[in-house]
Write a protein that binds this ligand. Structure first.
Ligand SMILES: NC(=O)c1ccc[n+]([C@@H]2O[C@H](COP(=O)([O-])OP(=O)(O)OC[C@H]3O[C@@H](n4cnc5c(N)ncnc54)[C@H](OP(=O)(O)O)[C@@H]3O)[C@@H](O)[C@H]2O)c1
Length: 235
């Protein structure tokens, strides 16, 4: 199976793993639509493609905007959702409102994009969500994120039943060096994590893009959460 000629929407496609997925799919001949909130970021992302890509600015947390997004895309083969805003505040500092907001920006966005996407997905098509390995292993510094990621894993399995025959899968990354997250504190975390991993490095966005392409092209995969973490959960 090839992605050549397939139409793919990446919600969160202006940076990080969403952009890497879009670039990898375009290299296989897929037709890409990138969406995120900022048209400027989308324009910068689109400039990295060798062929024309469509861009649609939309806030995935806004139901009207999501409905309008799918009205504009029309029929699609695959939808990938990487959209999220991560709040890295420690447990003692994060407010309840901020914790709710974190769910809003990662969990409810995926819930809503997936259910609005399903009616426009062509036979054999798929939706790929993004969780994270804190769903399967405790991290004292990622209490809210781990709850969100656990919810996304559960959402994936139930959506695979509720939206069938549309296939619904999730990719669960370990620590990934998406340039958008880089600051001194983050660099120290990534260095420390890399030193403890069997593969001796953190992930690159392209490592995760491979997993998304596999799930899009794998006609018998649905309800699967695929971990790509450099062996983090093994140790
Ligand atoms: N990086 C890691 O180490 C890591 C580890 C585990 C899990 N993850 C998960 O993997 C996924 C992708 O992470 P990433 O590092 O690739 O993220 P990223 O580089 O920060 O990219 C996030 C993308 O989502 C868009 N976005 C954010 N809020 C949005 C909204 N409300 N509506 C539409 N678009 C929105 C952003 O663009 P705009 O600003 O233009 O909206 C951007 O394109 C996330 O779910 C993240 O939690 C990441």
């Amino acid at each position: 199976m090839s992605l050549s000629g397939k139409k793919i929407l990446v919600v969160g496609g202006s940076s990080g793993m969403g952009l890497a997925t879009a670039l990898a799919a375009a290299a296989q001949g897929a037709e890409l639509v990138l969406s995120s909130r900022s048209q400027a970021r989308l324009d910068a992302a689109a400039a990295r493609f060798g062929t024309p890509v469509s861009t649609i600015a939309a806030d995935a947390a806004d139901d009207d905007a999501v409905r309008a997004l799918f009205a504009r895309t029309g029929p699609l083969d695959h939808v990938v959702v990487t959209a999220a805003v991560v709040n890295r505040k420690p447990l003692a500092e994060i407010t309840l409102e901020e914790a709710h907001q974190a769910f809003e920006t990662k969990f409810w966005t995926q819930f809503n994009v997936a259910r609005r996407a399903a009616p426009v997905i062509r036979p054999g098509g798929s939706i790929t969500l993004f969780s994270g390995i804190s769903s399967q292993r405790g991290f004292a510094s990622l209490v809210v994120a781990s709850a969100i990621n656990g919810a996304v894993d559960a959402l994936c399995r139930s959506l695979a039943l509720a939206l069938a025959p549309v296939r619904v899968n999730a990719v669960s990354p370990g620590f990934v060096d998406t340039k958008s997250h880089r600051d001194t504190a983050r660099e120290k975390v990534l260095e420390a994590v890399a030193a403890g991993l069997p593969l001796g490095r953190v992930g690159q966005p392209e490592d995760l893009a491979r997993a998304v392409l596999f799930l899009m092209e794998s006609p018998y995969s649905t309800g699967s959460v695929v971990v790509v973490d450099g062996g983090h959960l093994a140790g």
